[in-house]
Design a protein around this ligand. Structure first.
Ligand code: SF4
Ligand code: SF4
Length: 137
């Protein structure tokens, strides 16, 4: 289910150079229309459905909608983040709304040691080739 921007809620991240959704999208799909100051997903069929943009949007302006072929008539999913939890609101097409709340990590941003004191013992992760290369080329 790809992401869609709700125009009425999007404030263009207050006209900053780069919006939060542009910053976070790993597939470079979010675009800001400078005339309307609204963002949009320029290729929903290319969306990885990672929901990073949905979760980072400061105004909850992005929701997840199903493709019309298997989810007609509009059900949507939308998160609401707080400092210690994330609440997912699922709105069914018959207007029933269900909410699911999950705890999120509480460590301060940037405080996690990625290696956690362990070494990999190899430089493979820094190699530009894939595992089977060059033999598979
Ligand atoms: S992060 Fe949200 S408010 Fe900011 S530009 Fe994207 S959709 Fe709009
Ligand atoms: S769900 Fe992920 S891939 Fe899709 S537009 Fe948002 S950030 Fe990009």
């Amino acid at each position: 289910m790809p992401s869609f921007v709700i125009n009425e809620k999007c404030d263009g991240c207050k006209a900053q150079d780069r919006t939060a959704c542009q910053y976070i999208c790993p597939n470079d799909l979010m675009v800001l229309d400078r005339e309307t100051n609204k963002a949009f997903n320029r290729a929903v069929d290319m969306c990885w459905e990672c929901y990073s943009c949905v979760k980072i949007c400061p105004t909850q302006a992005i929701e997840i909608r199903g493709y019309a072929d298997f989810m007609p008539l509009g059900g949507v999913v939308q998160p609401l983040r707080s400092s210690d939890s994330i609440m997912w609101a699922v709105r069914f097409r018959n207007k029933v709304v269900k909410r699911f709340k999950f705890p999120i990590r509480t460590k301060p941003e940037g405080s996690i040691d990625p290696d956690a004191g362990f070494t990999t013992g190899t430089e493979d992760l820094k190699s530009p080739v894939l595992r089977t290369e060059p033999d598979s080329l």
